[in-house]
Design a protein around this ligand. Structure first.
Ligand SMILES: Cc1cc2nc3c(=O)[nH]c(=O)nc-3n(C[C@H](O)[C@H](O)[C@H](O)COP(=O)(O)O)c2cc1C
Ligand SMILES: Nc1ncnc2c1ncn2[C@@H]1O[C@H](COP(=O)(O)OP(=O)(O)O)[C@@H](O)[C@H]1O
Length: 336
């Protein structure tokens, strides 16, 4: 599968090593979120691939900058419980493409792969199948049966094949409440925690970009237009991690218009005022009129404004949404 960007650069997505383009310079990990820490792990293989490629005259030895990850998420395989993701596959591909990665290899994570010893993983997957020339991992990377292989172990095993391994130190951030290195560690779980608490600004800092929801607009109950606030209802990938329920100030991009942001307010919740039964994600675009059904929206979260409430009338809900729009304009006002 090839995923093309608007400027024509492509990411080759291989659902098994058999379909991978080789030889490779590999960054190994789960990379959910493609956050600032992940970006540091990915950087060395971009440099390596570029250097090697410039030196090579013929295409036969072209080294593909490749992210190798596991699918489904190993936690899902071990617990049997669906694991929500900050970046489902399509969004991960988008992020990797913007970093300059050429290939994403999804290793099917199951009984077979999880039973490989570290030695077997290196020999079969990295050396034989991916023809790896260079590897980069985070300091806390674990691999192989029962997670028995460490980054240092990988370095030792790969050296036998002459493959250099870069071990990237854990990236930390300096937050106000941070008291230990562990608390300061930039991690997918810390970002999830901030999002679950509505701390969007902190999550965005750790990601190195705004947390984003990408989905297609579907029909709702058609009540929005009757109160003067039509809302585009988003259908998201089922595994997408949702932040705290409530109302947010957001920036919205319609389809391919990635350069023109529209201010908006978003509600994530069950809509108790209209006796909603399931959570929905809906966005009202400020000072904007048009048809969005079937369109793809990219919604960047800027700030959590308030929790969802049950109002005694639609009129009260409308008054509150008017206040939400004012609050959102204040948050987003000077930015575009
Ligand atoms: C900014 C904003 C804030 C909202 N806040 C609430 C809320 O606090 N409580 C609630 O029950 N519904 C809330 N909603 C959801 C509305 O109930 C919903 O948009 C309305 O019922 C229209 O739904 P429809 O798109 O299915 O027609 C909010 C929607 C928006 C856009
Ligand atoms: N400013 C706007 N923000 C969001 N959607 C809008 C806006 N103006 C028009 N629309 C259109 O109105 C639809 C939402 O109207 P609404 O009455 O809430 O219906 P539904 O319940 O189907 O979402 C959107 O899907 C979009 O096509």
């Amino acid at each position: 599968m090839v995923n093309l960007s608007p400027n024509g650069c492509a990411v080759w997505v291989a659902s098994s090593t058999k379909l991978a383009l080789t030889p490779t310079a590999v960054a190994l990990g789960k990379f959910d979120g493609v956050h600032r820490g992940h970006q540091r792990v990915i950087a060395p293989i971009l440099q390596q691939a570029n250097r090697e490629n410039r030196e090579k005259e013929s295409n036969t030895n072209y080294i593909y900058s490749t992210v190798v990850t596991f699918y489904p998420h190993p936690q899902e395989f071990f617990t049997g419980i669906p694991h929500a993701l900050l970046t489902p596959v399509d969004e991960k591909v988008q992020q990797l493409r913007s970093l300059g990665i050429e290939q994403l290899v999804l290793l099917p994570f199951g009984k077979e792969l999880s039973a490989l010893t570290p030695e077997e993983f290196v020999e079969q997957i990295l050396v034989q199948q991916l023809q790896c020339q260079q590897i980069s991992v985070g300091e806390d990377f674990c691999f192989g049966k029962k997670r028995s292989g460490t980054a240092k172990h990988l370095q030792f095993l790969a050296a036998k094949y002459g493959i250099p391994v870069t071990i990237v130190p854990i990236q930390t951030h300096a937050g106000e409440s941070v008291t230990s290195t562990e608390e300061a560690r930039i991690s997918t779980s810390l970002i999830r925690q901030h999002l679950a608490n509505g701390n969007v600004e902190l999550a965005n800092q750790l990601l190195g970009r705004p947390y984003t929801l990408i989905g297609v607009v579907v029909q709702g109950q058609q009540i929005g237009r009757t109160i003067g606030f039509p809302t585009a209802n988003l259908q998201l990938p089922k595994e997408k991690f949702l932040p705290r329920q409530g109302v947010y100030a957001v920036r919205v991009f319609i389809e391919e218009n990635q350069n023109s942001a529209i201010k908006g307010v978003m509600n994530i919740g069950d809509r108790p005022t209209v006796n909603g039964t399931h959570p929905t994600v809906e966005v009202h675009l400020l000072d904007w009129v048009g048809d969005l059904y079937g369109k793809n929206l990219t919604v960047q979260l800027a700030k959590f404004l308030r929790p969802e409430q049950k109002f005694s009338s639609l009129e009260d809900l409308k008054t509150q949404i008017q206040l939400d729009c004012i609050a959102a304009k204040e948050v987003l006002g000077n930015e575009f």
